[in-house]
Design a protein around this ligand. Sequence first.
Ligand SMILES: [Fe+2]
Ligand SMILES: [Fe+2]
Length: 309
Amino acid sequence: MHPKQRLENHYLEQRRVQFDFSHTPEHWIYDNPFATHLINAVHLILPVGELWMCRSFNEALPYVTDEKLRADVKGFVHQEAHHASAHKVAQDYLRHYGYEIDDFITSLDTISKQLNTAPLGLALPQNLAYRWLTIRVGIAAAVEHFTTMLGTWCLDDQPWQNKTADEMMSDLMTWHLAEEVEHRSVAFDLYMHLCGEKNKTFAYLQRQMIMLAVAPGFTFAIYQCFKKLAQQDAQAKRYQNYGLLRSLAQTAIENARSKQVPSFFSMIFSLRHWVKPNYHPFYEGDTFKALQVIDNSPAVKALTQLRVC
Ligand SMILES: [Fe+2]
Ligand SMILES: [Fe+2]
């Protein structure tokens, strides 16, 4: 754990915000099917991925000897579990507009189960099971690097504001990404704790290897989801036959044009931080800014009012 973060004395809380997408239009980023389908890709991936992280983190809890880290891990699990629930509601919005997404979600679920306690159903001896646990937490830390970058982009560039997008979906995405910035250090701190103080070099080398798999895997998964959604939308015809590279290039074009999506290249460029031996997510985002955005979320405000009543 970074000393500065310990000084922040910040404890994570689960905000059980609710969203209603019954009035959300199909293209919730108005007149922008490319941006809508690209951002909607997260509704397909995140519930499976976040619950997978929760299971791994719960499994890691008995090995955590630092009290603050234990509290952070519990707070992280509570936040991610509610993110998954919120995006499941957004999956119903996609089903409402006739998008077939269930086969894809089932395939992702099967993959996540194969990456669980025993990879591919193998029975591992205790020491290898522990090593596999550190790898799974390392995968979570690598994914959290990208969600932190997405969150920082969202807090800085403020996409989906000023009546350019549906307020309810914008609120879901902004609240979620702000909480990603808020809990950005937990997966990395847990990974380093599990690897142990004496194994910093090994932990560094292992996390580089993990990122070599996670960066292309995460990119390809988002692309597959985007393609799956775009192919079911007559208004997205232009993008239906885009290959991976063309789609990635389009993120940069769309980022420059409308700022409604992050540029893939800035995400990849952020890996220059990850490769530094002294990398720590604390430096990748601004907790104060994230908390300000969370406090201004209409869904969070509604929750606060409910508590007062
Ligand atoms: Fe999340
Ligand atoms: Fe997260």
